[in-house]
Design a protein around this ligand. Structure first.
Ligand code: SF4
Length: 441
């Protein structure tokens, strides 16, 4: 008999990881006037401003991917999109909420930003920097798919000020890469990594996924050993989830599927893989910096984008379907190509839906997201929100402490290692009741 607890440990369909609060399903287009109001108001003093650019092109669609990406666009479509995103940044740069702030962080995500040619990237970045310079930014991150890189493309990125290169490796085994629909080959990982190191990028992150279809213990151990051999500055390990609307979710009919060939490992196995990787990387000198990341040197290897965003910084999310946050209001752009291009051609910001947060929403958001780093500093919240989070969330902390997921010692709240490995499933304990048990997206 399959028990409820056993069912919970299976990798079923749906989004498991929590990236924001309140959940996206509560964002509405009826809140767009709130977004417009904050865009047209000066910023709060001391709040940093970031820029996210969504580059939605990929060579092929990975079978587990649910992002808004396109695999069928030609060179002219791409030019149209790049003109549109530059236009969007230009419109945003003229809003009052910029308030003379220089960019603190920039993030090129996707999709696959490295899908663009060196010439397209050079042109795009030159135009963007004329509008909103990033010379003073603490970090400029650029996501890459190893098979799309050439040395001259990396030289262009370096010359344009990219400081953090993030390589989507996911796995090293050719059969697993292929079965999961990844476009790159194992040898391309080594080639790309070597060039990136030679060019002296200040920080290189390598992404892995624990639990790709076809994964087993032997191969996972080899992946971890190869990662340690490459010695990136930062390693990010995601646990495979199976959101709705992916090739796998349709192909595998996961719920109730007992065919081991098609199964994604259950959650305890994926957690064991991440734990193993963290332990091995720990022996190689890495330190845990969140539920998904280890870094070579915690003091010098920062991830500004994550830190700023999780602590409530402003960020313009540009590109189709992008998410942003401005002065307490969550914003998401329209999520179709046609609507995005059309709005910008008409000279309008392509806003799709928004959510004006309350002070309490922002407090919960910050508690929830920072718990993913494994540590909360009670005084930080006292200084920022004027409350003691131990009192505000007493019930949730007591519950999680009782179950062994965290400890509260004086002003420090720390997750246990087991708690950190599965932190996302415990975060709804901090949600207000109306936001619990809803479909997340
Ligand atoms: S490379 Fe990334 S964005 Fe592109 S299809 Fe794969 S998972 Fe999705």
């Amino acid at each position: 008999m399959v028990t409820a607890a056993a069912d919970q440990e299976k990798t079923g369909l749906g989004n498991y990881f929590i990236a924001n609060y309140p959940p996206f399903s509560f964002w509405k287009n009826t809140y767009l006037p709130d977004a417009e109001a904050v865009l047209n108001s000066p910023p709060k003093p001391g709040v940093p401003l970031g820029l996210y650019l969504h580059i939605p092109f990929c060579r092929k669609r990975c079978k587990f991917c649910y992002f808004r990406v396109y695999t069928d666009k030609n060179a002219r479509d791409i030019e149209t999109y790049l003109d549109a995103i530059v236009k969007e940044v230009e419109l945003l740069s003229r809003t009052a909420c910029v308030g003379g702030r220089p960019l603190d962080y920039v993030y090129f995500g996707g999709g696959t930003p490295s899908y663009l040619s060196a010439a397209q990237l050079d042109g795009l970045m030159t135009r963007l920097r004329q509008i909103l310079p990033w010379d003073q930014a603490r970090e400029v991150t650029f996501e890459c798919e190893p098979g799309t890189l050439q040395k001259h493309k990396l030289e262009t990125l370096r010359a344009q000020g990219v400081t953090r290169l993030s390589l989507g490796v996911e796995n090293f085994k050719p059969e697993i890469l292929q079965y999961n629909g990844r476009a790159h080959l194992e040898e391309e990982i080594y080639r790309a990594f070597g060039w990136a190191r030679d060019l002296g990028f200040p920080q290189i992150n390598l992404d892995l996924i624990a639990g790709m279809v076809g994964e087993d213990w032997d191969n996972w151990k080899r992946c971890v050993a190869k990662t340690i051999e490459l010695a990136p500055d930062c390693v990010t390990i995601y646990q495979m989830e199976l959101p709705y609307n992916t090739v796998f979710s349709k192909e595998l009919k996961m719920v109730g599927n007992d065919d081991p060939q098609l199964a994604v490992a259950d959650w305890p196995t994926k957690r064991a893989w991440v734990r193993y990787a963290f332990d091995e990387l720990g022996k190689a000198g890495y330190e845990v910096s969140s539920a998904t990341t280890v870094v070579k040197n915690k003091a010098s290897t920062q991830f500004v984008y994550r830190e700023a965003l999780w602590r409530g910084a402003d960020m313009f999310g540009t590109g189709v379907a992008s998410f942003g946050h401005v002065n307490g209001v969550h914003v998401q752009n329209v999520d179709t190509w046609e609507a995005y291009i059309e709005k910008l051609n008409a000279g309008e910001l392509p806003l799709g839906r928004a959510f004006p947060t309350t002070e309490r929403d922002r407090l919960i958001r910050e508690v929830v997201l920072l718990l993913k780093t494994g540590h909360l500093d009670v005084d930080y919240f006292r200084q920022k929100y004027g409350v003691d989070v131990r009192d505000v969330f007493r019930g949730a902390f007591d519950q999680l402490r009782g179950e062994g997921w965290l400890t509260v010692a004086g002003e420090n709240i720390d997750t246990t290692r087991d708690g950190l490995m599965q932190i996302d499933r415990h975060l709804p304990a901090f949600f207000d009741p109306q936001y619990i048990s809803t479909r997340y997206t």
